[in-house]
Design a protein around this ligand. Sequence first.
Ligand code: HEC
Ligand code: HEC
Ligand code: HEC
Ligand code: HEC
Ligand code: HEC
Length: 153
Amino acid sequence: MLVILLMLVALPVAEAQQPLGFSHSAHIGKARMQCTDCHVGATSRDQAGIPSIRKCMLCHQFIAKDHPEVVRLAEYWERKHEVPWARVYGFKKEAAVQFRHAPHARAEIACAQCHGEVSTMTVAVKTVRHTMGTCIGCHRENKASDDCLACHF
Ligand code: HEC
Ligand code: HEC
Ligand code: HEC
Ligand code: HEC
Ligand code: HEC
């Protein structure tokens, strides 16, 4: 029990505990995938989205089936469960923030500017802090909207 408590205390605060050892770098490197192959809304919609397990299993019915983390993935699949990924970025509901990915992609702002170098990470780690101040700071620099209702609903 004590050991478990100590492990929890030692975790870096920014790192979400994920149910599965997913690796971004393996998919960008070995599998030669792009961010938008999985986060299909990141350039065209409000939400980038997290892929459904169906997408993972298109490949992992065949690829790396013996890898222990892929075995665990297949267990979720057999039980017809989605992987319960913990959220990394986001705002509390009371802040009523409406973030939209598409306008930022149109303005050619790289994913890395707001999320760090995810292509070298295993699971995503929160490396960039987004506050009202950082949003508005960049908006003023780029003559984008600082109207309350652009960002809040
Ligand atoms: C386009 C095919 C493809 C898709 C889709 C895909 N993967 Fe993979 N995945 C790969 C390849 C290729 C590897 C590297 C295998 C190797 O190391 O030989 C890999 C490796 C892995 C590994 C082992 C990690 C490691 O350290 O090597 C895990 C776990 C994994 N994938 C989970 C997932 C999950 C979860 C999804 C869905 C969100 C997913 N994959 C979607 C192709 C894919
Ligand atoms: C201008 C900053 C910015 C840029 C550029 C950006 N994001 Fe985001 N992203 C955010 C913020 C802020 C959130 C949290 C939004 C929320 O929860 O309301 C987020 C959330 C996400 C999520 C969580 C799921 C979701 O749909 O909310 C994923 C995945 C993601 N971004 C991927 C990407 C990818 C891939 C790119 C590049 C194509 C990208 N982002 C570009 C700021 C950005
Ligand atoms: C094979 C599919 C796949 C690819 C390719 C991929 N991701 Fe992800 N991404 C995931 C999965 C699964 C998660 C949930 C686990 C985690 O948080 O790491 C995730 C989580 C994230 C998150 C955190 C979402 C949140 O909860 O707020 C960000 C940001 C993100 N990815 C950005 C990127 C960027 C940028 C790229 C390209 C460099 C990329 N991803 C490529 C599958 C993928
Ligand atoms: C790195 C710079 C940068 C950051 C950081 C940034 N934005 Fe933006 N944002 C822009 C630019 C540039 C546009 C596009 C303006 C345009 O199309 O005229 C934009 C557009 C938007 C739009 C669409 C506005 C409209 O009128 O349609 C919303 C909503 C938005 N951003 C919300 C946010 C929020 C919320 C955050 C913080 C979580 C944020 N942005 C962080 C640069 C940024
Ligand atoms: C460019 C985007 C943007 C604009 C414009 C903006 N906000 Fe925000 N605002 C945010 C984000 C993002 C947060 C959440 C920050 C966090 O979680 O740290 C926030 C948080 C807040 C909060 C705190 C909510 C809470 O419960 O914690 C208030 C109040 C607020 N904004 C009011 C305003 C008002 C009033 C205006 C207009 C004068 C405005 N905002 C304009 C992005 C914006």
